[in-house]
Design a protein around this ligand. Sequence first.
Ligand code: SAM
Length: 242
Amino acid sequence: MTHLKNFLYSLYCGASFLFIYFYIFNIFFGRKVFRKYSPHKKNFENEIDKLKSQKILIGMEMQIINYNIPHIVKVLSDENFLDKKIDCLIIGCYEGHSTLFFLMTCIHAKFTCVDIWNKNNYHKRYNRDAESYFDKNIENFKQKVFKVKNDSQSFLNKNSKKYDLIYIDGSHDASIVEQDCKKSFDFLNINGVLIVNSLFWRGFKKIKNNNLSGVVNFMKKIKNFKIIYVTRSILILKKYKD
Ligand SMILES: C[S@@+](CC[C@H](N)C(=O)[O-])C[C@H]1O[C@@H](n2cnc3c(N)ncnc32)[C@H](O)[C@@H]1O
């Protein structure tokens, strides 16, 4: 049922044939990737639980990235990002859960972590102190993290740095998502990888105000990319030369 809804939602948003093809392809063939790389997911979950029990980490009840770990690790491994010196950008860090995943997985990478961390913007089921939780959670990796407390658009408008890996999980508003993707893509190195999370999230009443619409509009405006995966929650694509 989820897949049928996502399929119809993709059509409604005007997603390309290729996008839908990759989504369907992954329903049938993604399981193999999921099975092969799920030990990474389990290891990360166990490590987080252990560090939480030792009070080294706090919060992180919302572990959104977990389900996506197998596909992400496969791509990071194929691109040799696991032990290479790379520059990464993360937009939308919250308490630092996905940031920790990338920090623990790409062990020689440097990270720019952008979040607005606006207490008044968090829905009541979210932690309004997410920023201080983020600070505590990444304390042991401080030397690898450049923290930016700003909205993604202001950050990207001022940015001049290029990245090898960009993970977008910030605003879910279609127009901001489109801009985040577009501007991030401009700062992605050739052969760099862009990951967009919460692809099929539909929290806003007006269906075209949600993430996917922004992603679809962004993809219509670029040519030099190749889709790697469309799963039920992430899009992974790679940038090629124009
Ligand atoms: C779903 S949470 C991110 C979860 C995070 N990736 C994790 O693994 O825990 C979304 C985050 O994006 C931030 N955010 C929302 N709109 C933003 C914007 N325009 N610019 C930067 N950050 C934004 C919110 O403050 C929130 O912390």
